[in-house]
Write a protein that binds this ligand. Structure first.
Ligand code: NAD
Length: 414
């Protein structure tokens, strides 16, 4: 059996919700296609004097609700197909959280671990220059994603500003605080994952105390989610990254592990028992948080998962085939567009702060993040119960109905 492309998998999720709400077929024709995809070649002078061409993309999937918003990913597996799927998910996520944004995503096919800092800077600056015609604080606003950081955002912001001839901090979010970045942005996605899990347990009238959790991908999202969940009383019993997997049935020392990853960029330098990276998914835990990359839980391994609750920190970690298997097994899957929306919620707050020039205290940012995440979760939960559908379908229904309403007012130009 040939696996569907990622964009096709994303479409299947859309079709399911569209069928559930009997979405107007004319509107579905719009929502199933990206508005704009830019593919660029990026010539870079390497430190050894040779020139290398990298391929990059920016997809602006849908801008009916406002300027498009989405991260930029540096990874060898980046492709046009992946960028389109990720941009579609950003569109539904922004609609679900009721942000005044559409969805976008960008990426460069590269292995950042094999590039020096100055090569990465040249790559980022040239990429920014190539996508400049479709960038702008009211057009499309990039943010960090896999293997890009606040430093990457600072280079994008500086390049854009140099071309414009004035400083434009609202062109990116997730930038360093000194450049107008929001307090709490770095931790926001992980914090949002933790808030979502807490709300799920509240909805089930259960306590998080001592709940066993495994986190796949101990990066920005996974590491912060683990930290906040351990502070809420849960036990992080397994954590993995690209280097391997650590386990401790009594609970890992999460702050210690974060320090180790900051120093050595991998979890396996931390003392403790190690298992095969793939085995993390099959641990006997209550909650599994995939927070690395897409397609991790698929039709071939879904039946091996023991966790009864999967919370998607990453975008697209569960394929539609795996979703069906898990649903039959009675596993709850809290979908990416809900669980990892904390990042874009605080990105929106950052954008508002830079546009207005008024900066918020971290408590204010975190309180607004929590308010939005709780409200969105409750909406998804109620929708899923009312319609007797999965949480993913419930989340899509809320998002697509909101977009449908936008189109009802705006109409189709001309
Ligand atoms: P990151 O680069 O900080 O971390 C990614 C982590 O995944 C790294 O620790 C890496 O070693 C690990 N990893 C890679 N391949 C792995 C594998 N096969 N098994 C286990 N671990 C593996 O990236 P991030 O920003 O934390 O993003 C992670 C996911 O969350 C992505 O899907 C991203 O799109 C999504 N996301 C990120 C944000 C954000 O604000 N950063 C927001 C929403 C969604």
């Amino acid at each position: 059996m040939i696996e569907d492309s990622l964009a096709k998998k994303a479409k299947k999720q859309l079709y399911k919700a569209a069928f559930e709400i009997k979405l107007d077929s004319n509107l579905l024709k719009i929502l199933e296609k990206p508005k704009r995809i830019l593919k660029i070649s990026i010539p870079i002078r390497l430190d050894n004097g040779k020139t290398k061409i990298f391929i990059g993309f920016r997809c602006q999937y849908n801008d009916a609700k406002g300027p498009t918003k989405g991260g930029v990913r540096y990874h060898p597996d980046v492709s046009e197909d992946e960028v389109v799927a990720l941009a579609a998910w950003m569109t539904w996520k922004c609609a679900l959280l009721d942000l005044p944004y559409g969805g976008a995503k960008g990426g460069i096919i590269c292995d950042p671990s094999k590039l020096s800092e100055s090569e990465l800077e040249r790559l980022t600056r040239r990429y920014t220059t190539e996508i400049m015609p479709i960038l702008g604080p009211h057009i499309d606003i990039p943010a960090p994603d896999v293997y890009t950081t606040s430093k990457t955002m600072a280079w994008i912001m500086d390049t854009f500003s140099m071309f414009k001839g004035y400083t434009e901090p609202s062109i990116v979010t997730g930038k360093p605080e000194i450049l107008g970045g929001s307090k709490g942005r770095k931790e926001a996605t992980g914090r949002g994952v933790a808030i979502t899990i807490q709300e799920f347990f509240k909805a089930k009238k259960k306590s998080l105390k001592g709940v066993k959790i495994a986190v796949q991908g101990f990066g920005n999202v996974g590491g912060h989610a683990a930290l906040f969940l351990s502070q809420m009383g849960a036990k992080i019993v397994a954590a993995s990254d690209a280097s391997g997997c650590l386990v401790n049935p009594d609970g890992l020392d999460v702050p210690g592990l974060i320090d180790c990853v900051e120093k050595h960029a991998c979890v396996i330098k931390f003392p403790g028992k190690q298992i095969d990276r793939e085995e993390l998914l099959y641990q006997d835990v209550d909650v599994l948080v995939p927070a690395a990359l897409e397609d991790q839980i698929h039709r071939k391994n879904a039946h091996k998962i023991k966790a009864k609750i999967i919370v998607e920190g990453a975008n697209g970690p569960t394929t539609p085939e795996a979703d069906e298997i898990l649903e039959k097994k009675g596993v709850y899957v809290i979908p990416d567009i809900m669980a990892n929306a904390g990042g874009v919620v605080v990105s929106h707050l950052e954008w508002v702060q830079t546009l207005s020039g008024l900066y918020w205290e971290e408590e204010q940012v975190n309180a607004e993040l929590e308010r939005k995440m709780v409200k969105a979760f409750q909406g998804v939960w109620e929708e899923a119960i009312k319609r007797k559908v999965s949480l993913r379908c419930g989340a899509y229904v809320v998002a697509i109905e909101r977009l449908a309403e936008v189109y009802r007012y705006r109409g189709i130009f001309p």
